[in-house]
Design a protein around this ligand. Sequence first.
Ligand code: SF4
Length: 366
Amino acid sequence: MNQVSFDYPRQDAQGQTCTAHAWAKVPAPLTAPERQTLTERAAELLKAHNAVLVAHYYVDGPLQDLALATGGIVSDSLEMARFGRDHAAQTLVVAGVRFMGETAKILSPEKRVLMPDLDATCSLDLGCPADDFAAFCDAHPDRQVVVYANTSAAVKARADWMVTSSCALEIVADLHAKGQKILWAPDRHLGRYIQEQTGADMLMWNGACIVHDEFKGLELELLREQHPNAQILVHPESPKSVVDMAHVVGSTSALIKAVVEGTAQEYIVATDNGILHRMRQLAPHKTLIEAPTAGNSATCKSCAHCPWMAMNGLLNLVQCLERGAPEIHVDEPTRVKAQRCINRMLDFTAARKAQASGMTPGIGAA
Ligand code: SF4
């Protein structure tokens, strides 16, 4: 396995990308009247600027509610990409992390893409610098380069395929069936899970999500003993000891579906706890229990919530709409190259969806 050493508190010389910096920028909690005032103001501004809010399941509940109430979307990164591309609005406001804003811009260069805070990044993106990644690819020219969505535009520009956790398994299985060898980056846990499921020949980058990496197999075992009838739902960015205990392994959308459609009363959820907001709305009578990040072996940096996702709030959303900034820019040569691997994924998933429903495949069908 290619080893890339990185340490969050010393991610760059200025300390600008460590988790402490992110936690320091997380907005203070709002009072109920403040929340209402800002929600109304944000809704007005979205309308006035012909803008739509594209939010991830991990951001704060009030942002998710605002997105749904104003004709936007709350979803996983695959649906965020499709929705932003296909929506008629000229301004996309992405409440999530930076690579999501970049993906929106790559797919919709004619649109303005705003984000509440451009410092909202991701440990997977940080742990996969474009130059090092290019050298890794150069050393293995015989492999199809498959990168997770949680990477910079420059890394995507070097890839043959982009995947999300919703479609990674299917795409790698398809490449494997065609005899292709894979170079995979950056999440080592998701890569290992896909390798185990597909049997593909995969060379791995050594990245991890700081949220999912902290779930603890031993403590989950103890929790399971206390809740023997609970279904265990796990995102595949989690360590093997946690994935091996799961009843359902899947993307955020798949985990929500498992709660809504499942017959069990209790669910232990191993992903960012921001997802519980939507799960509670869609399945109000079910009992949801957060999977443990604490315990004897814990050194919790996130405690099941992503500090970069948490940087998105109502106040900085309103400010970004008022100022028209900060805006995402991707230089054109990088954008054009990065677009190829994203479109390949979107074409693949649209074709699979069309096959399943008996329709003609097409990019607009998603
Ligand atoms: S939850 Fe993990 S994968 Fe998602 S943005 Fe945060 S650090 Fe990245």
